[in-house]
Design a protein. Structure first.
Ligand SMILES: Nc1ncnc2c1ncn2[C@@H]1O[C@H](COP(=O)(O)OP(=O)(O)OP(=O)(O)O)[C@@H](O)[C@H]1O
Ligand SMILES: [Mg+2]
Lengths: 494, 252
């Protein structure tokens, strides 16, 4: 076994003078507007009645209500995790509302039935729900607060046997699939936030790609928190049957509000024999202001099971938003020869905190995993990579390669690398490399000497730093992500 | 001939450090090529850094006028967009940033400043191909990240290629000839000669007479201990080669 863990090894020369010193506020969170729609909300508070209320609102079958209640009882016995390097003010779970739905949007059958206010919102966000979706070749499911407002291209996909719909609809139309896979990757009691989600999850997306089908377009869900004082708890379940292929994108924004809002999602992926799932996230929830007021608490459990032989799951994420991010998209590599990958860019600016990484659990033989993490800290941002590589005793020929690079912009931010390596097979090959560098003033000056402004220079260098990860995003998203990186770093050169 | 660059009594020190430029006077007219020679540590690179606006230096006296403007009042990126180009003694690597992408961003930044339309991908490629031929550069360098893994000579060629693309008014070449093999030196020199232009001034910092055989300068200066201590025409360099700087130092 070769395990060359070297955390925080400096990779490049530190700048001499203080060009990057002055950290001012990030100005433009473009998505901070509020949509004025009439909503139907659950009263604040959380108890069994809340769970029943949500389930009833959604007209769920008894088995699902029972499932929720079981999760709720489990949650009551649990405590929030305290091991992450995050400074979180105590959360009053009784103060939030656990259900908010735009009145007009309950169950639209087609785009024409969607409240025009909502369509306008997505238009403003640059999310194509109508004609433009067709041009972009992306099928979109849009989740507004607690409900899915529109799923495009459903019919076209249905011709191929692909199911792409809101979670609520999946429960109604495909209960057997939902029942078979729900909670099979992330058990109810997996962690505090997963248990909470299992009890009160509102909506989300469901995807099933049948055996041998290659999904011909990118599937995309767009999550938007709009209402005040509500949490968002969506649940995504994605199953790729034998030999199927699907690429899935997820984007998130929220209005600018002074109070923190909770977002606790669960995503479960199942890849059967020879199936491949690519799951990409661009997370741009409202990050709070420059003093750390407001912003989304993003506590998310994402996990994929490579159940079948030679199956592949790849997570790619660009995390630029949220006040606090707690998120570890992981792979259970059960099938022989299965492959897991995690590509991540996480930016923290101002007072943002991120504790993110992955778990690669090697269970089957000849499983391999790749982890590429790029953490960028600016302002007073704190950025932690936390990753586990576990090789079980039967995983002959298991291999992992992990690379964690941290980039510091200015002097008041922090980067931390916390790798856990747990190898129970003597033949496993696990490599871990880590670097921490400061943005180099020589690079900045070189760019500026060629005519680029400080902002453009920084964005260029940061994009270069993230290149290996951005390359893993679908084309349309990569461009968006690049712009987002630039916006997230606004004000971090002085 | 109008003076493109006028340096008067320029003094500068390393931020919170010692004085390196101790009163530089230098005039360069459009269309001219000047060579600056001088011992190691004399302040040649510091002069080019100060002219380009590199942070970490503090101007403590004197003035620099560039095309009639106060050069020292402009931020570094604006100087660049106004046509001041520095070919670095040690070009910097920028991992993950494609050379072409970088160059196009730089070119368009300058064009925007001058109120010209940005070049689209096709126009840009056309310009690139013309310049490549001029400098005998393989296009594989263009597909790679900026200077990453380039050999010393490749980095220098890339600098001159950037200069050819950006078409500056004032080009300062800091030891562009150092580390070049004979063929590369000839290719780079040919390239620079083709970039000589009545509207453009070139200031070359070098240690070697050899370069001046290829790129024949209008004026040659010796910079020693932070001052220009001697100047002459193109024959002066050959003389220096024989006598060395020590003799001058005594005289100065
Ligand atoms: N950023 C800096 N920090 C500390 N010292 C510096 C810095 N820049 C220049 N110096 C010092 O200033 C003096 C002049 O350096 P400079 O690089 O200008 O010399 P040069 O004439 O270009 O020499 P060479 O021919 O070796 O390239 C040297 O003593 C150098 O060490
Ligand atoms: Mg020098």
């Amino acid at each position: 076994m070769s395990d060359s863990a070297t955390a925080n090894r400096p990779a490049s020369n530190a700048p001499s003078a203080g060009l990057l010193e002055g950290i001012v506020q990030a100005e433009g969170y473009k998505y901070g507007f509020i949509t004025d729609v009439e909503t139907e909300d659950a009263p604040p508070g959380l108890n069994e009645d809340t769970v029943r209320f949500i389930s009833a609102k959604k007209g769920e079958p008894a088995w699902l209500l029972e499932w929720r209640l079981k999760a709720f009882r489990r949650w009551q016995t649990m405590a929030p995790p305290d091991w992450a390097k995050l400074d979180i003010a105590p959360i009053d779970y009784q103060a939030a509302s656990y259900y908010s739905a735009p009145k007009a949007a309950s169950g639209p059958k087609s785009l024409d039935e969607v409240d025009p206010e909502l369509l306008k919102t997505y238009e403003k966000l640059g999310i194509p729900l109508g004609e433009r979706a067709a041009l972009a070749g992306v099928a979109v499911d849009a989740v507004f607060d607690s409900v899915s407002v529109a799923t495009t291209f459903k019919d076209k996909l249905a011709d191929l046997g692909i199911i792409f719909c809101s979670f609520g609809e999946a429960v109604r139309e495909h209960p057997e699939l939902v029942r078979r896979y729900l909670g099979s990757v992330v058990p109810q009691g997996d962690n505090f936030f997963a248990a909470l989600n299992s009890a009160v999850f509102s909506d989300g997306s469901f995807v099933y790609v049948p055996a041998g089908v290659r999904c011909p377009m990118e599937l995309s869900t767009y999550f938007r928190i709009n209402a005040a004082k509500t949490g968002q708890f969506e649940r995504t379940l994605l199953v790729a049957d034998r030999g199927a292929y699907v690429s899935y994108l997820e984007g998130c924004t929220a209005p600018q509000r002074d109070e923190n809002q909770l977002h606790a999602a669960v995503v479960e992926l199942v890849a059967l024999e020879d199936a491949e799932i690519k799951y990409a996230t661009v997370q741009n929830w409202y990050p709070g202001d420059e003093n750390g007021k407001g912003g989304i608490y993003n506590f998310v459990t994402k996990r994929g099971a490579c159940r079948g032989a030679r199956s592949k799951i790849s997570w790619a994420q660009v995390e630029t938003g949220s006040a606090i991010t707690w998120k570890y998209p992981s792979c259970l590599l059960e099938g022989e020869g299965s492959t897991g990958a995690f590509y991540s860019v996480a930016i923290t600016n101002n007072r943002q905190q991120a504790d993110t990484g992955t778990k690669m659990i090697h269970i089957g033989r000849d499983t391999s995993s790749t982890v590429i993490s790029k953490g960028i800290s600016a302002g007073r941002g704190q950025n932690t990579y936390r990753g586990q590589v576990k090789v079980l005793s039967n995983a002959d020929g298991a291999r992992n390669y992990t690379q964690c690079d941290s980039l510091l912009i200015g002097k008041r931010c922090g980067a931390h690398t916390v790798p856990y390596i747990d190898v129970r097979h003597p033949g496993a090959k696990v490599e871990h490399e880590a670097t921490t560098s400061k943005i180099s003033e020589d690079q900045m000056f070189y760019c500026q000497q060629r005519g680029l402004t400080a902002e453009d220079a920084l964005s260029l260098i940061v994009n270069g730093f993230c290149k290996e990860v951005l390359n893993e995003l679908p084309m349309e998203f990569a461009v968006e992500a690049q712009k987002l990186l630039a916006v997230s770093l606004e004000g971090s050169v002085g | 001939m109008s003076k493109l660059l006028e340096i008067r009594g320029l003094r500068a020190r390393i931020a919170n450090g010692r004085e390196v430029l101790k009163g530089i006077d230098l005039d360069v007219a459009a269309g001219e090529v000047h060579a600056i020679m001088g011992p190691n540590g004399a302040g040649k690179s510091t002069l080019s850094s100060v002219l380009a606006g590199k942070p970490g230096y503090e101007v403590t006296g004197g003035t620099v006028r560039y095309l009639g403007q106060d050069l020292l009042a402009m931020p570094a990126d604006e100087r660049a967009r106004e046509g001041v180009f520095l070919a670095f003694q040690y070009p910097v690597e920028i991992p993950g940033v494609n050379n072409m992408y970088f160059l196009r961003a730089a070119l368009n930044a300058g064009r925007r400043q001058r109120g010209q339309a940005e070049l689209d991908a096709q126009q840009f490629l056309k310009a690139v191909r013309e310049r490549l031929k001029l400098l005998d550069i393989g296009d594989d360098l263009l597909r790679r990240a900026v200077n990453v893994g380039f050999s010393g000579g490749e980095k220098k060629r890339n600098e001159i290629f950037q200069m050819a693309m950006l078409e500056p008014n004032l080009a300062i070449l800091d030891e562009t000839d150092s580390g070049l093999d004979i063929d590369a030196l000839r290719a780079v020199s040919d390239g620079v000669n083709r970039l000589r232009d009545p509207a453009r001034a070139i200031v070359m910092i070098t240690h070697y007479q050899r370069l001046l055989d290829y790129i024949v300068p209008d004026r040659v200066h010796v910079l020693a201990d932070g001052r220009i201590v001697a100047s002459g025409d193109k024959t002066f360099a050959a003389e220096l080669e024989r006598t060395g700087y020590a003799y001058l130092g005594d005289a100065a």
